[in-house]
Write a protein that binds this ligand. Sequence first.
Ligand code: HEM
Ligand code: FES
Length: 349
Amino acid sequence: MGLNYQAVGWNRQKKIYDLTIVGGCVTYLVLFVGLGFIVRPLASAETLIIRGFGTLAFLMLHVVLSIGSLCRLDSRFLPLLYNRRHLGVATFLVGTVHGGFALFQFHALGDVNPLVSVLTSNPNYFSLTHFPFQVLGLAALCVLFLMAATSHDFWLANLTAPTWKALHMLVYVAYGALVLHVGLGVLQAETSLWLAAVLCVGVTWVLGLHLVAGFRERAGDAEGGSPREDGFVDAGLVDEIPDNRARVISLGGERVAVFRYDGKLSAVSSVCQHQNGPLGEGCVVDGFITCPWHGFQYVPETGASPPPFTEKIPTFRVRVAEGRAWVHPTPNPPGTLVEPARIATPEGT
Ligand code: HEM
Ligand code: FES
């Protein structure tokens, strides 16, 4: 999280994660090319390699896009999330082999630069059945490159979290471009019905999973009641918030986590500055709100990460009255100190 570049630290879990990625990729490619030779004995090795790497990269992108939603639905998927960025970078590398091979195979043998050739050799931009679908693959690859190149936390800190997040949301633009790349490609040359069917299943899976996870998350949030005269909104009974955990309420579309710890309540944004993780599902560890996704921490009273880290989330004013928590819906600027509300003990001391 610091501003100075620090090489990625390798631990046992990261090594196992990366070895699994490499092992999975090699197994897929061997099976794809091996079975390809059996099913289509006339297919050239180049074609099988291009298709093997292309389908693998696309499959990996589906996994990358599914992990966040799966974790929102079931915390047993969290180990997949821990190094999701390694999977993202691996997806870019596999996609580059596919794109590189395709460029070489179809565009490098003339006297025009292959990149220029991709962009200019097929001008049928207004035809559905002859659209230059490779251009969409190239556009997606450029986006994946940007994301892979800025995946280190060094860039997250230097670009600032909102810019970094906006950049990484482009993964959905890349995904859309790739769906068209594959879909429009299928319409050309040999029409592959199975690829079209798999494409439909993939798109339905990604969309469905995002919708289900979104609905589930919202359904779990309590709706903040109508504001009192002083503007504070009812966030429910204090006793229903477990110690060192939070209750998440939705205030004007914003998810706010009301944490109970140490006989006090503090309210902060439920969106982690790291990768939008669900902070309200985390807990207070050693006095710090700790994100369930990668363990980023925040001081409950200020929403600021402990030094030397610099992340900050918005805080909210909070009160306790008649055994209920009350939160003011106007967010304070990230990192603003807010006095926690004291929870009265049963004896009233
Ligand atoms: C420079 C960038 C790219 C170029 C020039 C390119 C080119 C091509 C070409 C020529 C095909 C048709 C292959 C065939 O029918 O034999 C193809 C198919 C495909 N591409 Fe790409 N591509 C690029 C980037 C990507 C990326 C980044 C991905 C995924 C992350 C991808 C995924 C696919 C898939 C899944 C297919 C269908 C495979 C098949 O036909 O069996 N492509 N691409
Ligand atoms: S999203 Fe990564 S630590 Fe919160």
